[in-house]
Design a protein around this ligand. Structure first.
Ligand code: XMP
Length: 328
């Protein structure tokens, strides 16, 4: 049977409604959890961050957050998760540096599906290892939101219970899903009311396999660093130019081919960096954001002078269809 949003649910369109939702949820969470402990994979994305902030309000240190750094996050993301949750919200946060583990597994793997598979499997392995160490934790927090339920009902996307964890630990947990009945804009509204920073609550979509799909072909550490540095420059400039709240998604890709260039009178042989900035309402169809000429010049100058290994900047002006948003 299709699950329905409760009839009494009004759309959360203003802060007062978000406050009311938070109060109600906190009471419900305390009721469900009692003095038990909750484990949560905290990526730093909108949904898991809002779930963490709600649970911190409800049960404080009885929430155990695990942040897995798989090496494919954007510049500054793991630091922001640690700063916001451990330092500012005083959360119980386990930080797992799994960078070498992921990159070693991915070394030499160029097939896009295999790359995604390795990243997904490895994530579950790392998280399961942490879960096994925490024997007294009986609840698992999840950032499931209402569109996930609709998509899984419609058969578009498999919605895993317990995040695809192996049965031995998945069976141990009772799920805690405090934003399950919310749409994305409502989750953001609740996040703002909980005091999360705008850079976390308003952030653009970012794929689970992270920068891994923006480093097409076999990932190497130097090319991954180039994608990460160039992405940071693009994000910084979009912010300065007032485009970050206006453009739906913008990012860089560094493909695995090189071309000839010249720097300080000497020949270079380096990668190009592709910039893609797009708008959409439903992600099925995507249009391209036409950037101001001065910004284009600035991005070309900054990326070619500040990012090691890049000697050329290209702009992808292809809509979807025929191109997808990501390259893999
Ligand atoms: P595509 O490339 O399919 O992307 O046109 C559409 C949107 O989905 C995001 N995307 C992902 N998000 N896990 C995610 O959570 C993924 O594996 C994934 N692949 C693509 C993409 O960034 C874009 O917003």
């Amino acid at each position: 049977m299709l699950e329905r949003r409760p009839d009494y649910m009004v759309r959360i369109t203003k802060p007062a409604l978000a406050e009311a939702y938070i109060e109600e949820r906190i009471a419900m969470l305390r009721d469900q959890i009692g003095d038990g402990k909750v484990l949560l994979a905290l990526s730093g994305g909108v949904d898991s961050s809002v779930v963490a902030a709600l649970l911190i309000r409800a049960i404080g240190k009885n929430l155990v957050c695990v942040h897995v750094n798989h090496g494919l996050l954007r510049k500054g993301e793991p630091e922001q998760v640690i700063r916001v949750f451990r330092e500012e919200m005083n959360a119980n946060l386990i930080y797992v540096d799994a960078v070498d583990r992921f990159l070693d597994k991915l070394a030499g793997v160029s097939d896009p599906e295999q790359k995604r598979h390795i990243i997904g499997e490895e994530f579950i392995d790392v998280f399961a290892e942490e879960a096994r160490k925490l024997e007294d934790v009986k609840f698992l927090g999840q950032g499931t939101i209402w569109p996930d339920i609709l998509e899984s009902d419609a058969g578009i996307k498999a919605h895993h219970n317990a995040g695809g964890l192996p049965a031995d630990i998945a069976d141990r947990f009772e799920l805690v899903e405090p934003v399950r009945i919310l749409f994305k804009d409502e989750v953001r509204m609740v996040g703002r009311a909980l005091g999360l920073p705008a850079s976390m609550v308003e952030r653009q979509p970012f794929p689970g396999p992270g920068l891994g799909v923006r480093c097409p072909g076999a990932i190497t550490r130097d090319r991954l660093e180039a994608v990460r540095e160039a992405d940071a420059i693009v994000r910084e400039e979009f912010e300065k130019w007032g485009l970050s709240g206006k453009v739906w998604q913008y990012f860089t890709v560094v493909p695995d081919f090189k071309s000839t260039g010249i720097r300080d009178g000497k020949r270079t042989f380096d990668w190009p960096c592709i910039i893609r900035a797009i708008n959409t309402t439903d992600v099925m169809e995507v249009t391209v954001e036409h950037l101001p000429a001065e910004l284009i010049d600035l991005l070309v100058r900054r990326i070619t002078s500040e990012v090691p290994g890049v000697n050329r900047v290209l702009f992808d002006y292809t809509p979807k269809p025929p191109a997808t948003v990501e390259y893999e």
